[in-house]
Design a protein around this ligand. Structure first.
Ligand SMILES: *Cc1c(COP(=O)(O)O)cnc(C)c1O
Length: 435
C-alpha cells in the first residue's frame, strides 16, 4: 500500500501543511477542496529542475481554473493555456501577461477570437482552416496582426495515452494531410502571423519513454514543416499529458529519465532551429498532487454484508474519483482524516448524497474505523475536481475551496448556497410574438 497520498510531501492523513483538517472543517462547511501552496511550488520546481532549462511551461486551466491557483502558478513561472472566455478573463484578472497566454479549443467563436485580438495574446491556436479565416477577418476589422499557431492532428498517435487525441478523425487540430492547404491559406491571411505549431497527443502518460518518443515525433514534424515551407517557428508546443500515479499498481513518472531524454532530443533539434522555443502545457501534473477533497461521513449503514459510509459530498463534487469519464473506475488514494483511533482497518463502500448508484467514491476501500461525523480525504484531487463534476446535479452546488500555506489558510471560493443556486432561475418574458 502506498502512503496517503503518494508523492504529496505536504499532505498527510493528519494535516495539510501545518493545519489539521478539523480546523478547516470548523470554519468551512464540508465538503470542500483544500490545496497546499507548498506542494504546488514543489511539484513545479522539481519538474523544472529535472527537465532541460529551455522548456517553457503553460498551465492548462482546464485542470483547475481557480484564480488563486492560477496566480500562484503564474508567479512560479508558468504561462497559461485557456479554452474559454471565462478562463481568459480569469488569467487576465490575475495579472498574467498577454505574451504568456495561448488560447486553444475547437469551437472558439467570434467573442472569444475578438477578445484574443484585442488583448494581443501570444497565440491563438488554430484548430481548422475555417477558424483561421474567421480570425483573420476579425483581426483585419480591428486593424491588428494576431499571432497564431496551427494545432495539428498528426498521422502518428500518442503513445501510452489514456485518451487518444490524434491519428484518427477528430474535432481537434488540422489533419496532417490538410497541412499543404493550411500553409497556403496562412500565406493568404493578411492579418495573421504564423508563429508555431501545437500538438497534444493525450493525457495521463506515466511512461517517460512514451513522452520522449511523442516529443521526438512532434519535433521531427516541426523540422520537416519548417524545411518544406521555408519558415522559422518561434515555438513548438509539444503538448504534455504528464500523468501522476493514483493507484497502487501505477509507477510515478520518472522525470529525471524524461529530462535526460528530452535534453538530447531538444539539443539535436536546436542545432537546426536554435531560437525555436519548446512549450510544454500541463494541467494535471502541476496541480493534482496538491489537492485533497474533504467529505464528511453522515451515515454508516450496513446493507447485506457491506458497510456504506454515506458522505455529504460525492460524485457531484468529485466526478473523477467516482469514475465519470473513465472506462473503468478505480479508487483514488483515500484515508480517514485526523488522528488515528486504532490501526484496525475495515472495508467500506464510500458513497455520496446522490440518488444514483454511480455516486461511489470508494469501492471496497480499507479505511480506519469510521464513525458518523468523521472526515474522509481523497488525495491527488487538485486536478479535474469540482470544475469537471456535475456540481448542480440534485442541487448541491459547487463546494468551497481553501488554499493552505504553512499555518495559514485562505478561503479561495465560497460554496454555493440556496440563494446562488436558485437565483438564475427566473421567468422573464421574451419578445417572440410575430410582428
Ligand atoms: C486537457 C488538455 C491539456 C491538459 O492535459 P493534462 O493531462 O491535464 O496535462 C493540455 N492541452 C490540451 C490541448 C488539452 O486538451
Amino acid at each position: 500500500m502506498l502512503a496517503f497520498p503518494p508523492d504529496s510531501r505536504f499532505i498527510s492523513a493528519e494535516k495539510i501543511e501545518d493545519i489539521c483538517y478539523q480546523r478547516l472543517a470548523d470554519q468551512v462547511p464540508t465538503p470542500f477542496y483544500a490545496y497546499s501552496a507548498s506542494q504546488i511550488r514543489a511539484d513545479f520546481s522539481a519538474l523544472k529542475n529535472s527537465l532541460p532549462d529551455d522548456i517553457h511551461y503553460f498551465y492548462s486551466l482546464k485542470a483547475n481554473p481557480n484564480k488563486a491557483l492560477v496566480r500562484l502558478l503564474n508567479q512560479a513561472g508558468t504561462g497559461c493555456e485557456v479554452c474559454s472566455l471565462a478562463e481568459l478573463e480569469t488569467v487576465l484578472s490575475q495579472g498574467v501577461e498577454p505574451q504568456d497566454i495561448i488560447f486553444v479549443g475547437p469551437g472558439k467563436y467570434i467573442a472569444e477570437l475578438t477578445q484574443c485580438c484585442r488583448i494581443g495574446i501570444k497565440a491563438v491556436v488554430i484548430e481548422s482552416i475555417e477558424e483561421m479565416k474567421l480570425l483573420n477577418d476579425i483581426a483585419a476589422s480591428m486593424g491588428v496582426i494576431q499571432t497564431i499557431a496551427l494545432r495539428i492532428n498528426p498521422d502518428f498517435i500518442g503513445e501510452k495515452a489514456k485518451l487518444v487525441m490524434s491519428g484518427k478523425p477528430r474535432q481537434f487540430g488540422i489533419d496532417e494531410q490538410l497541412l499543404p492547404q493550411a500553409f497556403s491559406c496562412v500565406g493568404q491571411q493578411s492579418h495573421l502571423r504564423l508563429a508555431g505549431i501545437h500538438i497534444y497527443l493525450g493525457t495521463r502518460i506515466l511512461d517517460w519513454q512514451a513522452l520522449a518518443k511523442n516529443t521526438l515525433n512532434i519535433l521531427s514534424l516541426a523540422e520537416s514543416l519548417q524545411n518544406t515551407y521555408k519558415i522559422h517557428f518561434d515555438f513548438v508546443d509539444v503538448g504534455g499529458g504528464f500523468g501522476v500515479r493514483y493507484f497502487d499498481k501505477e509507477k510515478a513518472l520518472d522525470i529525471d529519465s524524461l529530462g535526460d531524454a528530452l535534453a538530447d532530443i531538444i539539443r539535436t533539434y536546436h542545432e537546426n532551429f536554435p531560437r525555436c522555443k519548446i512549450i510544454v502545457e500541463l494541467g494535471r501534473y502541476l496541480i493534482a498532487r496538491a489537492g485533497v477533497f474533504v467529505t464528511r461521513v453522515n451515515y454508516l449503514k450496513p446493507s447485506r454484508d457491506e458497510w456504506f459510509a454515506v458522505c455529504d459530498g460525492g460524485a457531484n463534487c468529485h466526478g473523477s474519483a467516482a469514475g465519470i469519464n473513465s472506462l473503468i473506475r478505480r479508487n483514488f488514494p483515500m484515508a480517514r482524516l485526523g488522528e488515528t483511533r486504532s490501526d484496525q482497518q475495515y472495508r467500506y463502500q464510500v458513497t455520496g448524497p446522490l440518488c444514483t448508484p454511480t455516486d461511489l467514491l470508494g469501492e471496497n476501500v480499507m479505511l480506519a474505523e469510521l464513525r458518523p461525523g468523521d472526515l474522509i480525504g481523497i488525495g491527488h484531487s487538485g486536478a479535474y475536481g469540482a470544475s469537471a463534476s456535475p456540481v448542480n446535479f440534485l442541487g448541491f452546488g459547487h463546494p468551497a475551496e481553501i488554499l493552505v500555506e504553512k499555518d495559514q489558510a485562505f478561503l479561495i471560493r465560497t460554496a454555493d448556497n440556496i440563494e446562488t443556486l436558485l437565483a438564475p432561475q427566473i421567468c422573464q418574458p421574451l419578445s417572440v410574438a410575430n410582428a
